[in-house]
Design a protein around this ligand. Structure first.
Ligand code: ADP
Length: 680
């Protein structure tokens, strides 16, 4: 370049200039053209072409060209190494030949024909599902390919083929199809109805069972269509529960009635779990079960259980009433026997009397147990709690059971520790527990056995053991004996006359005291041991004058006594007994008459039944107390009900004392002896 001095590409044309006259060369002329720009453009084009060629060469699809003489003229790397890998040589080779290497007939011929058609007509060709066995490699391959007619250098025509190997894709698709078919056949053949929803809650799929069950046209219940099969009364709530769970992406279960194909609504449970992909909620997959029969069965069972528990309650109530009613006639009988004894008739009458007295005691015990157990089971038994000394409890129990033990000819050994052991409980009930166990040992031990009563202490627990060398208890029955009415069925027991409630009463009472009771036995014939454990309480303060000892019955001095009871036998027999004790006694047979008699007779003591016609015992007591002459009288309630609640009610009505029927003669005399001396 003249100005810059840089070398530039130029096109230099040199002409010879001839003299027109002579025709002889006379000069040269030059034309110089700057080719910089042209060179640049050329270089650029070349670069582009090279880039494109490289792209085509590297393209993951196969590309090759067949010319109008039907020879393979060019192909990219994908083809050389792919479909045509085994065809050598390949460039310049007749296409027919190459095809026949690759494909068996008639596949090769078909492909060749398609190429010919495109070459001749210029119509492109698309093949989407070409799956054929490859002759050369002995495998099936699948291709997607298309043909286009192209113009080649020197205006010749050719066909370019683009293809890609879809074998693997096809395999993956096939697997997917298989797995889906698997899933469908699973859900379709499963006895449960199943479904899948998307994240919006719209149902994507319902299994064949659903449509079979509901009889609805297949495919009609996707979206929210399924609600159409749900009972109208359940549909809105079911939808609500479902959408709520969908919002929370949480598992759920709904009960609804589902309309079966025959129009019957059946109870179903629809339960589902959320499904997610990569931690992203995708909707639910759920199952629907027909639980109609089970639900009905459950309802029936519940109903039956209800009926049973009602019957059980009625039985308990009946037992309570029975025991209560049985007590009433026992009172006059006891009084009568006592009167006979006091009358001092000897000989055969006395023998009969004492037999009757023993039997009566037994009867009273049975009735009391029955009453107690029905109170324990109904939770109505209340303990008269206080600080009690275990030694005194044991004494009272031994005292009560000694006759039974001795009558059976057993030897009774009692071992009580030196110091006092205090308990927080009901003296009488605790004594009843121990006495029940002693009585059992006496009953279930053949004559002349050994019964031992041991008291010990295990830390803060008092341990009372009643042990015998009697008939024992089979291992399987050790727990069961504490259940109500349970008796180990053995002939010996038939003679012992129990109701099978003693031990359940023991257990109930012990548990009310926060304790436990356990039966032990080596087995039949090896004796039994019953161990009661009770929590120890701190010793009472010295001022706490708890006196739980039985006390001696003293002979009461003569008094004016009024007996009021609508059971005339009870009133009369008690009156007779009191008269035998030297008292002046009158009777009245209802509350009204009682109040009147009290006004006329002015007794020091009134023994008054509670449940009476016209005016009941409470009202009678109130009326007596309302009179000026009634203020100083001693009012004693006689009742079948010995509960704390009753005692409160009687004392509110104005009674001073409360005796439970049938009145123990000793208790009555003790009460009378404790009253202030009679005034004229
Ligand atoms: P009952 O003595 O009225 O049958 P219990 O509830 O007191 O009722 O006792 C239940 C059953 O436990 C008895 O029938 C008897 O079979 C068994 N049993 C109780 N105590 C003993 C014992 N000391 N030895 C052997 N068996 C006993």
């Amino acid at each position: 370049h003249f100005k810059t001095g840089a070398a530039i590409p130029v096109l230099y044309d040199l002409f010879r200039v001839d003299d027109p006259a002579t025709g002889r060369p006379v000069n040269f002329a030059t034309i110089t053209r700057d080719l910089t720009e042209r060179k640049r453009l050329e270089a650029e084009r070349e670069g582009t072409q090279m880039t494109l060629a490289a792209v085509v060469e590297r393209c993951p699809f196969g590309i090759y060209i067949v010319d109008d003489e039907f020879r393979i003229t060019d192909m990219n790397e994908g083809s050389r190494k792919g479909a045509f890998a085994n065809v050598r040589p390949v460039i310049g080779r007749p296409f027919d030949e190459a095809m026949r290497v690759l494909w068996p007939e008639p596949v090769a011929a078909d492909v060749i024909n398609v190429f010919r058609h495109t070459l001749a007509t210029g119509e492109p060709y698309y093949s989407r599902d070409f799956v054929k066995p490859r002759a050369d490699i002995g495998q099936t391959e699948g291709y997607e390919w298309e043909l286009h007619r192209v113009t080649m250098p020197s205006s010749r025509r050719g066909v370019v083929c683009y293809y890609y190997d879809s074998t693997r894709l096809r395999e993956a698709e096939e697997k997917l199809r298989e797995s889906e078919a698997h899933f469908r056949s699973m859900t379709d053949n499963s006895p449960v109805m199943s479904w899948v929803t998307d994240a919006t809650g719209s149902c994507l799929y319902l299994s064949k069972r659903w449509y079979e069950f509901t009889g609805r046209p297949g495919g009609s219940d996707e979206g929210f269509g399924w609600l159409g099969a749900v009972h109208p009364d359940d549909a809105a709530s079911s939808r609500g529960v479902f959408l709520d769970a969908n919002g929370r992406q949480a598992p759920f279960a709904i009960d609804y009635r589902l309309r079966r194909h025959d129009g019957e609504y059946r109870w179903a449970v629809d339960a589902a779990l959320p499904r997610s992909v990569g931690g992203v909620f995708q909707g639910f997959v759920g199952c629907v079960f027909d639980v109609h029969d089970r639900k009905l069965l459950e309802e029936e069972l519940r109903h039956a259980a209800d009926e049973l528990s009602k019957a059980d309650r009625r039985k308990d109530e009946f037992l309570a009433t029975l025991a209560h009613e049985l007590r009433n006639p026992l009172a006059p009988i006891r009084n009568g026997l006592q009167a006979i004894r006091m009358a001092g008739v000897g000989g055969a009458v006395e023998k009969a009397r004492s037999m009757m007295d023993r039997q009566l005691t037994q009867l009273v015990r049975l009735v009391d147990d029955l009453l107690d157990i029905s109170r324990v089971t109904s939770g109505k038994l209340q303990l008269r709690r206080g600080r009690v000394e275990l030694g005194a409890v044991i004494d009272a129990a031994v005292e009560a059971s000694r006759p039974v033990v001795e009558q059976a000819g057993h030897e009774l050994a009692v071992a009580v520790p030196g110091g006092p052991v205090w308990l927080d409980g009901d003296h009488a009930r605790l004594a009843q527990v121990v006495s029940n166990l002693l009585n059992n040992s006496a009953k279930y031990t053949p004559r002349g056995g050994h019964v031992s009563l041991t008291v010990g202490r295990d830390g803060e627990t008092a341990v009372v053991s009643v042990k015998d060398d009697g008939i024992g208890i089979p291992p399987a029955m050790l727990e069961a004996v504490f259940q109500m009415f349970t008796q180990v069925d053995r002939t010996l027991e038939k003679t012992t006359g129990g109701l099978g409630i003693g031990l359940s009463l023991v257990k109930g009472l012990v548990e009310m005291h926060g304790g436990t009771v356990e039966a032990r036995s080596g087995g039949e014939g090896l004796g039994s041991e019953f161990v009661v454990r009770l929590p120890v309480a701190p010793a009472p303060a010295p001022s706490d004058g708890s006196d739980n000892s039985g006390g001696e019955a003293a002979t009461p001095g003569p008094r004016r006594i009024l007996v009021v009871d609508d059971n005339a036998d009870a009133a009369d027999s008690l009156a007779e007994l009191l008269e035998l004790l030297g008292n002046e006694v009158r009777t009245a047979y209802d509350g009204e008459a009682g109040v009147r008699a009290a006004g006329e007779f002015r007794p020091a003591v009134i023994l008054c039944d509670l449940g009476m016609p016209k005016v009941n015992g409470y009202e009678a007591a109130r009326r007596v107390r309302a009179e000026p002459w009634g203020k100083g009288m001693v009012l004693v309630a006689l009742t079948g009900w010995g509960q704390d609640g009753d005692r409160r009610k009687t004392s509110e009505a104005g009674f001073d004392h409360h005796l439970v029927k049938p009145v123990e003669f000793a208790a009555l005399t003790k009460l009378l002896a404790g009253l202030p001396a009679a005034t004229a």
